[in-house]
Design a protein. Structure first.
Length: 150
């Protein structure tokens, strides 16, 4: 009977030591990841000031392209819907705008040929941005038509 209590006590002590060791390891890991995150600039900072940051990862560049193309899709979709453009000219304007926005930024950041290829700049996330563009273009244009503004 006495041996059973001692085994239980030692087992509980061992578990509490293991959990405190685990907690210490977790807190050290959090500290190291926090210090690494603080030392590296954010993606937004790198995107807004691309020449100040020399090191780019391909995934980071593709994330910035995604956001740039979404922004271009929103602006062009709303603008063409407000102006009342219909048909293929709207798609051509969108394609040119999305390529120019992404290509100008990539040239400014010095990523063309180093991190991404020119064809990849044009094709990456093109369909997602096109979907955003078409939805906004259609909604704005239809709203203006239904209100009798066009």
């Amino acid at each position: 009977m006495k041996d059973g209590r001692h085994e239980t006590f030692f087992r509980e002590t061992r578990i509490s030591r293991m959990s405190s060791d685990t907690a210490t390891r977790v807190s050290k890991a959090k500290e190291s990841s926090l210090s690494a995150a603080l030392s590296e600039p954010s993606l937004l900072s790198k995107a807004l000031h691309p020449t100040a940051h020399a090191e780019w990862h391909k995934d980071e560049a593709l994330d910035v392209f995604w956001w740039l193309k979404q922004f271009a899709a929103v602006v062009v979709g709303v603008a063409l819907g407000c102006v009342g453009v219909t048909g293929w000219p709207g798609f051509v304007v969108f394609a040119v705008a999305q390529y120019l926005v992404a290509n100008v930024w990539a040239q400014h950041a010095g990523l063309v040929g180093v991190c991404v290829e020119p064809f990849e700049i044009f094709t990456e996330n093109a369909f997602v941005a096109a979907g955003t563009f078409v939805v906004l273009w259609t909604v704005i244009y239809s709203s203006k038509v239904s209100l009798g503004l066009l």
